[in-house]
Design a protein. Structure first.
Length: 162
């Protein structure tokens, strides 16, 4: 009987050791989104790798207003370039200043599949626009991503690349 007393805890220990905690160490990059000109809208964009080929893009802005939504785009080129539209992200909700886009093996406009590894090397930027109609070329907040991360230009940026 005593053998069973020792065997049961030992067996439980082995089974619990074999069950790995499946919480992954997700890779994540956070980039600043700077205000364009004198408007007060600024924040950050976070790219999180959920699994290989699947990214979550989270935008959080300060000083947005309820009742408005703001188009968000991933562009090729730094913020100082016009930059071709690479991918349309979910619009930012003015009520809370947030947008979440899940990119599951998406192809960018140049045909490349966006992965976390490509994100690190991309010559790109994120731009938040005033609207998608009359002022679609007016940018409210912007930031470089990928290899452009540390390159900054002050002032107003305009986007005519779409």
């Amino acid at each position: 009987m005593r053998r069973w007393m020792y065997l049961v805890p030992f067996t439980l220990l082995i089974f619990s050791a074999c069950q790995k905690n499946e919480i992954a160490d997700n890779r994540e990059s956070v980039y600043l989104l700077h205000q364009a000109g004198y408007n007060p809208i600024r924040g950050e964009v976070t790219f999180t790798e959920l699994e290989p080929g699947k990214l979550q893009v989270s935008i959080e802005l300060e000083n947005t207003e309820a009742g408005h939504s703001f188009p968000a785009h991933l562009h090729f080129g730094s913020i100082r370039e016009v930059g071709e539209l690479a991918y349309r992200l979910e619009e930012v909700d003015g009520a809370n200043g947030r947008s979440i886009t899940i990119l599951d093996n998406v192809q960018l406009s140049d045909g490349q599949t966006l992965t976390y590894d490509l994100l690190d090397e991309i010559n790109g930027s994120v731009k938040i626009h005033l609207d998608s109609e009359l002022f679609k070329n007016m940018v409210l907040a912007f930031g470089n991503i990928g290899k452009n991360e540390n390159y900054m230009v002050n002032g107003v940026t305009v986007c005519t690349g779409h």
